[in-house]
Design a protein around this ligand. Structure first.
Ligand SMILES: O=C(O)[C@H](O)[C@@H](O)[C@H](O)[C@H](O)COP(=O)(O)O
Length: 232
């Protein structure tokens, strides 16, 4: 599917514009259905965007927030994406939103993935908003090159849900929604910042295997248009 590049002069300008676009999309979903959903990524990039979005005046009590992926650590661990969202997005007006975590206390990461699939199924499909990030290796969500379940994660026929992923660059075992869960969001955003990430994007947009740069699966096969938000 096509992608559109939205470039901004600064991360602050990007955060304001993306927060407005996301708030409008969530409000439209609430008007249409009475509810709205958003799946966000972790990492360092989205913090300012989360903080601005949390101040937007929408019916947050009708919004469900979840994560695109999560490290297999509890919410009190500094590596937790839940902790990042709790500290930066579930604040201010967005405090009244419902949050569905991916991490579940379980005997294994496989059992946690099964529980996360069960609990996130009630969120409804497709997501109204998905915010993806991208690593320097071209991963997105927890679709890491060389990942233990990468082929399954990227396979469009894999059922929607949360699966496990282990990879050299991933740190802890991961919990990640599948490509099929993310690729048809009403608003599908790739949020990247810095010249380096722009170079990585250019490489990903070129030829090569999806397995080498998994963001290619989204850029090439997502049902929804990919809105790329970039600032230096
Ligand atoms: O759990 C995670 O780490 C994220 O979901 C991951 O996919 C992230 O979006 C990229 O690694 C980019 O991270 P940065 O924004 O820190 O560069």
């Amino acid at each position: 599917m096509a992608s559109t590049l939205h470039s901004f002069a600064s991360p602050a300008d990007l955060a304001g514009s993306l927060a407005e676009k996301v708030a409008d999309t969530l409000s439209a979903a609430i008007s249409a259905r009475g509810t709205a959903s958003i799946a966000v990524s972790g990492g360092s990039t989205p913090k300012a965007f989360f903080q601005v979005l949390s101040t937007r005046d929408i019916a947050w009590d009708k919004v469900t927030i979840t994560l695109v992926d999560e490290r297999f650590v509890p919410a009190d661990n500094a590596r937790s994406n839940h902790m990042l969202v709790d500290a930066n997005l579930l604040q201010n007006k967005a405090k009244s939103a419902r949050f569905v975590p991916l991490y579940q206390p379980a005997a294994s990461v496989e059992e946690a993935a099964r529980l996360a699939t069960e609990k996130s199924a009630e969120i409804g499909i497709p997501f109204d908003v998905v915010i993806l990030g991208m690593g320097g290796d071209g991963h997105t969500a927890s679709f890491f090159p060389g990942g233990s379940n990468l082929a399954t994660a990227l396979d469009a026929s894999t059922p929607r849900g949360v699966i496990t992923m282990e990879a050299e660059g991933a740190g802890e075992p991961r919990l990640t929604f599948t490509f099929s869960s993310l690729q048809d969001a009403a608003l599908l955003v790739l949020h990247i910042e810095g010249e380096g990430k722009k170079d990585v994007l250019a490489k990903a947009e070129g030829s090569g295997d999806e397995a080498d740069m998994p963001i290619r699966a989204i850029l090439r096969r997502a049902t929804s248009p990919v809105e790329i938000y970039w600032a230096p």
